[in-house]
Design a protein around this ligand. Structure first.
Ligand SMILES: [Fe+2]
Length: 317
C-alpha cells in the first residue's frame, strides 16, 4: 500500500548561496559567576570550557553561545553555519567584494572564514551542521474539555528548559547598511522592517522569521538572545522562576507583530536580555516571504505591558 505522507519542508534552497544558521554567539562580561547563575536559572545548560562558559540546551550537544570574561559586557563575534559545498563560494564572494579575510582570534581554534561587518563586528562563516529548524517549531496549547481542569497545579509546575537558540538581536549604527551587508555577503533575506529603525532577517534554507535582527543605536552591541520554548505556560513558568531568583526586571508577556512570537524578556545582569519565545513565524526553504516596511506602531508588539524605559538602551555604547 502506498503511504501518503504530509508535506515535508525542503532543507535547502537550490542554486543560491546563503548561510543556513546562526551557529553561535560570543560575548564577554565582567563576572562569569553572574553569567553562570543567570543562564542556569534561565534554563540553559551551562558548562565550563577553558576560560569561558558554553551555553547549551537540554537534550542537544550544540553550543549556542560562549561567554568569556572582559572588563565590561561586550559583543565579540557571531559565527554562522554554512553547508560544506558552499564554503569555497563564500571565500570567493569575500574576495570579489574586497572584504579582507582575517585570522581567527588567537584563543579560538577555527578554520572558518573571518571578516568584519559594516560596523566592524567580527563575523565567522564556518562549515557546521544546520541548527536552524527545518520546519515550524511545535507550539502546544492544551485547552481542557468540558468537565476537565485545564491549568497545572502551581505546586506541580515544571521549570522551563528552552529547546534551542531562536535568534540574536544586535544594535547597529546603520540598519540599512546592516541589511545590505548581511543579505549580500551572508545571503540572508529581509523578512520585515520598520524604515531604518529595525530589520529582521531569515535564512534562505528554511529558518524562523528571523535568525538575526538589527535595531538602530549609536554603537554596535548585543540587545538580546532569544530562546525557543513550546508553550505559553513555559514562557510563564520561566518568567516566574526568574522572578523568584531575583531577576525581576524584564518585559512580557506579550506578542510581537513582526515574527508573531509570544515573548517574555528577562533582563540580564548587564542590561541586555534573554527572551523566552514561542510560536514564531517560519519561512520554509521554498517560500518567498513577502517583506513589508511597517509603521513603527505596527512593528514592535501587538499587545503586552508598557515597554520598560531603558528596554532599547545600548549598554555597550
Ligand atoms: Fe526577539
Amino acid at each position: 500500500m502506498t503511504e501518503i505522507k504530509g508535506h515535508i519542508d525542503p532543507i535547502r534552497r537550490p542554486g543560491e548561496l546563503g548561510i543556513h544558521s546562526v551557529d553561535h554567539f560570543h560575548f564577554v562580561v565582567p563576572n562569569l559567576k553572574d553569567a553562570q547563575n543567570f543562564y542556569s536559572e534561565f534554563g540553559l545548560e551551562v558548562s565550563e570550557r577553558k576560560n569561558r562558559l558554553a551555553l547549551g540546551t537540554r537534550g542537544s550537544p550544540h553550543v549556542w553561545g560562549f561567554v568569556g570574561e572582559g572588563p565590561r559586557k561586550k559583543h565579540q563575534h557571531v559565527s554562522f553555519g554554512a553547508f560544506e559545498d558552499d564554503i569555497e563560494s563564500f571565500a570567493a564572494r569575500l574576495q570579489d567584494m574586497r572584504i579582507p579575510r582575517l585570522d581567527p582570534p588567537t584563543d579560538i581554534d577555527s578554520n572558518g572564514l573571518w571578516f568584519r561587518d559594516h560596523d566592524g563586528n567580527l563575523v565567522e562563516i564556518a562549515v557546521k551542521p544546520k541548527t536552524s529548524p527545518n520546519e515550524k517549531s511545535v507550539f502546544t496549547q492544551i485547552s481542557a474539555g468540558p468537565g476537565e481542569r485545564g491549568a497545572p497545579l502551581r505546586s506541580a509546575m515544571r521549570r522551563t528548559y528552552p529547546r534551542r537558540l531562536a535568534h540574536v538581536l544586535m544594535f547597529t549604527t546603520d540598519v540599512t547598511k546592516a541589511v545590505e551587508f548581511y543579505t549580500r555577503v551572508l545571503g540572508l533575506r529581509l523578512s520585515d522592517h520598520s524604515g531604518d529603525g529595525i530589520a529582521f532577517l531569515h535564512g534562505i534554507h528554511g529558518s524562523d522569521h528571523h535568525m538575526i535582527a538589527f535595531a538602530r543605536s549609536n554603537a554596535p552591541g548585543l540587545h538580546h538572545f532569544s530562546w525557543d520554548v513550546g508553550s505559553v505556560d513555559e514562557i510563564g513558568a520561566g518568567a516566574m522562576h526568574m522572578l523568584g531568583k531575583g531577576y525581576d526586571r524584564g518585559w512580557g508577556l506579550g506578542r510581537h507583530v513582526l515574527g508573531s512570537n509570544l515573548f517574555h524578556y528577562v533582563r540580564d545582569p548587564w542590561g541586555s536580555y534573554s527572551e523566552y519565545s514561542a510560536d514564531i513565524d517560519y519561512v520554509p526553504a521554498d517560500c518567498d516571504w513577502t517583506c513589508g516596511d511597517h509603521h513603527p506602531e505596527d512593528s514592535f508588539y501587538a499587545w503586552g505591558p508598557n515597554v520598560p524605559a531603558d528596554f532599547v538602551h545600548n549598554y555597550e555604547a
